[in-house]
Design a protein around this ligand. Structure first.
Ligand SMILES: *[C@@H]1O[C@H](CO)[C@@H](O)[C@H](O)[C@H]1NC(C)=O
Ligand SMILES: *[C@@H]1O[C@H](CO)[C@@H](O)[C@H](O)[C@H]1NC(C)=O
Length: 406
């Protein structure tokens, strides 16, 4: 029929509308989007860094789905701080060194991975590709990096576990549900599905953050997170599983120290991508607090961190401030619009950036950088955060990090 033919032609014309992307103030990579079609994947060859994948996902996904990943709490000040704190850093490189032997293998809870970064947990990888979390499992397995799926994944614990490569090590994220039977049962399923540790999110105390950018699309509310996260409640939870538990979402130096005292094997500094408390500090700021107030913890417990990591320079800055391994969240979930190929490409991009940056800084061995604050000048952060730079012996000394701790 003529009218439906016209409608179809009109639909086709609308669906090939050119992309019109708001770049959100992210760095200009010279990306030319003029030939992109809104609602479709741009050519993967256009992707040269982590920010490109965000633009590609924004082009591909509908507003609701993009907002689901991109959203952050309230005015998103913490999200912006995560993204921009790096600008205050000065990385120091040294010219007169032999950088022929590149080494960036990293031990995380005693398991050896090929790189010092890992794919952080985030919900619903199925919003970008039908392969959902299995794309991340397979690419991480091929490249020998750690992937930690979320309990709010699109696929089940069992489906994700079953996608593992031979010998692949994965941890699993978990929330502290108010329903303890559910909590116990899921921990058991993680053990049975071959996961080797649990990242226990401790910054959803009863609720999750108010996130306007996504909340406007919400159709249902409600939460089933526990709000009695006392030390005794956490200790009870630790009895529910034989897997090592790593508290994730720790946001003060005080709580990092407490985790060490409570005997956790590791702790994960994170402001949850700025999605929980707005105006909270960044990982760099919390690490500086630790160096000032509890420097001994670096020798007592493994520390992981995330937040706004988009380049190898960000990874290396956190490593030099004493972190064992660095989480990367949103970029991988954006890259999943290309499925496993997108994840593999982004892992390669981070690895290439690491190799080149380490060589150019004169330290090709990640172990020589870890806890070696000589590589990172944080004075501008200190000035802003403490009101004055820290004494030199606190901010630029070398921290003794036993390697590996487990
Ligand atoms: C680095 O770790 C990987 C496992 O992820 C292992 O296959 C490789 O042999 C290690 N390389 C070195 C130089 O130890
Ligand atoms: C820290 O890095 C500097 C600069 O490369 C190097 O001279 C020093 O030996 C390193 N310290 C440690 C403990 O690795």
């Amino acid at each position: 029929m003529r009218s439906s033919t016209i409608m179809a032609a009109l639909g086709a014309a609308l669906s090939v509308r050119a992309a019109d992307i708001d770049f959100e103030g992210l760095p200009d990579t010279g990306l030319d989007t003029s030939a992109w079609t809104a609602g479709e994947n741009p050519p993967i060859d256009d992707m040269v860094d982590a920010n490109d994948f965000q633009f590609a996902a924004k082009n591909k996904l509908n507003g609701r789905r993009y907002a689901y990943y991109r959203t952050a709490a309230l005015d998103e000040i913490t999200y912006e701080r995560n993204m921009h704190d790096w600008e205050k850093l000065r990385m120091n490189g040294f010219a007169f060194n032999d950088v022929s032997n590149l080494y960036k293998n990293t031990s995380i809870l005693g398991y050896e991975f090929a790189s010092p970064f890992f794919i952080a947990p985030a919900a619903k990888a199925g919003y970008t590709d039908d392969g959902a979390e299995t794309n991340l499992v397979k690419a991480a397995g091929d490249e020998n990096i750690l992937y930690v799926p979320s309990i709010s994944a699109s696929l089940s614990i069992e489906e994700i576990g079953a996608a593992k490569r031979d010998g692949q090590i994965m941890f699993h994220q978990q929330y502290i549900w108010s329903d303890k039977d559910r909590l116990r049962e899921e921990l058991k399923r993680m053990e049975d599905s071959g996961f080797h540790a649990v990242f226990l999110t401790v910054d959803n105390t009863g609720v999750e953050g108010v996130r306007p950018r996504y909340d406007r699309y919400r159709t249902s509310g409600g939460t089933s997170h526990a709000d009695d996260n006392t030390i005794s409640a956490i200790n009870e939870l630790r009895q529910m599983t034989s897997l090592p538990i790593v508290p994730k979402g720790v946001k003060t130096a005080h709580d990092v120290k407490l985790c060490a005292e409570l005997g956790f094997p590791a702790v994960y500094i994170s402001n949850h991508g700025g999605r929980q408390v707005d105006l909270g500090p960044t990982a760099i700021e919390i690490l500086l607090d630790l160096h000032r107030d509890y420097p001994e913890v670096f020798g007592q417990i493994e520390i992981y961190a995330d937040g706004g990591v988009r380049h190898a320079s960000h990874i290396l800055a956190l490593i030099s401030l004493g972190v064992t391994a660095v989480g990367v969240g949103r970029p991988f979930y954006f890259a999943n619009i290309y499925g496993q190929d997108g994840i593999a490409k982004l892992i390669d991009i981070f690895n290439t950036e690491l190799d080149t940056t380490m060589k150019l800084m004169g330290e090709a061995d990640i172990r020589g950088m870890r806890g070696n604050a000589t590589f990172t000048n944080t004075k501008k952060v200190e000035l802003d955060y403490f009101g004055a730079p820290l004494p030199n012996d606190i901010s630029t000394s070398v921290y003794s990090i036993p390697e590996p701790l487990y």
